[in-house]
Design a protein around this ligand. Structure first.
Ligand code: FES
Ligand code: FES
Length: 207
């Protein structure tokens, strides 16, 4: 004979119901109490991504892979070939550009790491026929022979001038120590820096 269905809540169903409710409540309060998770790292790759770089005061959109160096992005994607790829390992300074006013070996910096920073290349020192006094003084002081190291040398010299105003010989040696010149133009490069600094003192550009 079948048992008549019991009415109301049995002890067993009450305990089961309490447990479920407890879990649900705990879960709910945990979810409510948990602080909003910080955004995870942005992932890139494989393949190219479009990024925006600020180069010589202008925004440039370039497509790069995550492994693309700033030097390759400048030369191959922006057609700015002033910075030279000589050693490609941070030993010669031929690829020097300024990033937020500091000289940087662009062969050692990833293009993506330059996002949000001001990049200046040697091309930024000319505006049509108008060139920066430092460039003019490199020419006047005959501070180049083959010229291969020159763009990097000019950018390190510019950083030295901007940082120090009127650098001493010791300071110039320090600031140019990362730039190698196989033609041995160091003395004349320092002359060009001093001439520019002296002219700036007199309110001119040393032309
Ligand atoms: S090419 Fe970058 S330091 Fe030589
Ligand atoms: S001018 Fe030739 S390497 Fe410097």
């Amino acid at each position: 004979m079948s048992q008549p269905e019991k009415r109301g809540v049995s002890r067993r169903s009450f305990l089961k119901g309490s447990a479920v409710a407890g879990i649900a409540t705990t879960g709910l309060s945990a979810a409510t109490a948990r602080p909003s998770a910080p955004p995870g790292p942005q992932t890139f790759g494989p393949g190219e991504h479009e990024i925006t770089l600020r180069i010589n005061g202008a925004e440039r959109k370039v497509k790069v892979e995550t492994r693309t160096t700033l030097l390759d992005a400048l030369r191959d994607r922006c057609d700015l070939t002033g910075a030279k790829k000589i050693c490609d390992r941070g030993a010669c300074g031929g690829c020097t550009v300024l990033v937020d006013d500091a000289p940087v070996n662009s062969c050692l910096m990833l293009a993506m790491d330059a996002i949000g920073h001001d990049v200046r290349t040697v091309e930024g020192l000319a505006d049509g026929a108008q060139t920066h006094p430092l460039v003019d003084n490199f020419v006047q002081c005959d501070a180049l022979q083959c010229g291969f190291c020159t763009p990097g040398m000019v950018m390190s010299s510019l950083a030295c001038l901007e940082k120090r105003g009127k650098p001493t010989v010791e300071q110039m040696r320090d600031d140019l120590s990362g730039n190698l010149c196989r033609c041995g133009t160091y003395g004349r490069v320092m002359e060009a820096i001093q001439k520019t600094a002296g002219a700036a003192d007199n309110g001119g550009g040393g032309r």
